[in-house]
Design a protein. Structure first.
Length: 380
């Protein structure tokens, strides 16, 4: 439908429209495959939290769905690269590219045919990285905190002993003054070694910003060691905090920058203490939409294969390694920018500039029908 509308307005010829349609089909398939692969890792983290008692089993799909916008930010450039690479590799392998070029249609004309799809994806990627993914991450963190509190409440049953995820035993008496407040608390503090117990007249469940669950003991005593043996101690306390469940995996200490809306992120730039972190996060969000045209320009020359040597594994492997290396460089630059070791500009865009220079160089040599790597004698 997208291609037919463009052809109706005369934007595409028959051959560019066919290539655009093929790229669109491969792109949708690649999105599903790559998203499924990345979702496995996210699902594993969620299931680990379920197994540790931090989250109930029934919310797995809900939390996985909330993580999809952040995954799509990375998925779209990868899927676009795979789609363009596979379509052009097939054209070269079946000698169709030779016929297309013989008809007077060059690589630039074919890239112009892909421009509508690339522009549409740039808009979608911009919305994802700048607005949708941060909003979904903020909601995911709020939901994780709420579910962690519910999981903590479900572990504690007034008037009975309960086992915490790490094996410790806790007992609470009557619930008072609202949910999360109890009297007559007993808890086993020892994970290993000497016995370690605490009792308190009152206790209160508390949830921190990273969804860690703790129990605040009020007016109690702690017993360390075995009664009647050397080293046995008893301490009295007014308040004593005990961790019941650690924060979910991946919960960062301090403020979660990837969940901040754009307005708050821009406000952080004017603050000297948060300027570097805010700039790094802002550049990170705008990097991904700008990467899309570069991956297209990079995929076309790497997809070239000789008709008599149809193997395409070399170009595919080179492209994957380039994208992985670019991602590692991007993460390293972000860490150094936050630490103040590099200037805010170009900052993370050093990765974009290097990839763009390489993509334009490879595309120029492919368009001129030159080998991507010059022969040894060409350097003399």
């Amino acid at each position: 439908m997208f291609v037919l509308i463009l052809r109706r307005f005369g934007s595409l010829g028959r051959i560019p429209a066919h290539i655009l349609r093929s790229v669109l089909v491969y792109f949708l398939v690649a999105c599903v495959v790559v998203l499924a692969l990345l979702s496995i890792g996210q699902l594993t983290q969620i299931l680990q939290q379920v197994a540790s008692g931090q989250l109930p089993l029934g919310v797995v799909l809900q939390l996985l769905g909330l993580s999809i916008p952040a995954l799509l930010v990375v998925v779209l450039p990868l899927a676009l690269f795979f789609a363009v690479f596979l379509v052009f590799a097939n054209l070269y392998r079946h000698n169709e590219m030779m016929a297309i070029q013989g008809a007077g249609i060059g690589l630039q004309a074919l890239l112009r045919g892909l421009a509508p799809l690339v522009l549409l994806l740039i808009v979608v990627e911009l919305l994802l990285s700048v607005w949708w993914a941060p909003a979904a991450e903020a909601y995911l963190q709020a939901e994780s905190t709420r579910l962690a509190a519910a999981a903590a409440q479900s572990l504690i049953q007034p008037g009975s002993f309960a086992h915490l995820p790490d094996g410790r035993v806790i007992y609470v008496g009557q619930e008072i003054g609202g949910k999360g407040h109890y009297r007559e608390i007993f808890i086993d503090l020892a994970r290993s070694g000497a016995p370690d117990y605490a009792t308190a007249a009152f206790g209160q469940i508390e949830i921190d910003k990273q969804a860690g669950v703790s129990l605040l003991l009020i007016n109690g005593q702690r017993y360390l060691g075995q009664p009647g043996q050397a080293g046995y101690k008893v301490w009295s306390f007014a308040r004593y905090r005990v961790d019941l469940a650690a924060p979910p995996a991946g919960a960062a200490a301090g403020e979660s920058w990837n969940a901040l809306p754009l307005s708050q992120l821009l406000a952080r730039i004017s603050d000297a203490t948060t300027h570097a972190h805010a700039v790094a996060e802002l550049e990170w969000r705008f990097f991904w939409p700008l990467l899309l045209p570069i991956v297209v320009l990079l995929a076309v020359p790497l997809a070239h294969t000789e008709p008599r040597r149809p193997g395409r594994a070399g170009g595919f492997l080179a492209g994957v390694l380039l994208l992985l290396g670019a991602n590692n460089l991007l993460v390293a630059l972000k860490d150094n920018l936050i630490a103040g070791k590099i200037a805010p500009f170009p900052g993370l865009f050093w990765t974009w500039l290097l990839l763009a220079a390489l993509a334009f160089y490879l595309f120029y040599r492919r368009q001129a029908d030159l080998p991507l790597v010059p022969a040894r004698g060409a350097w003399r």
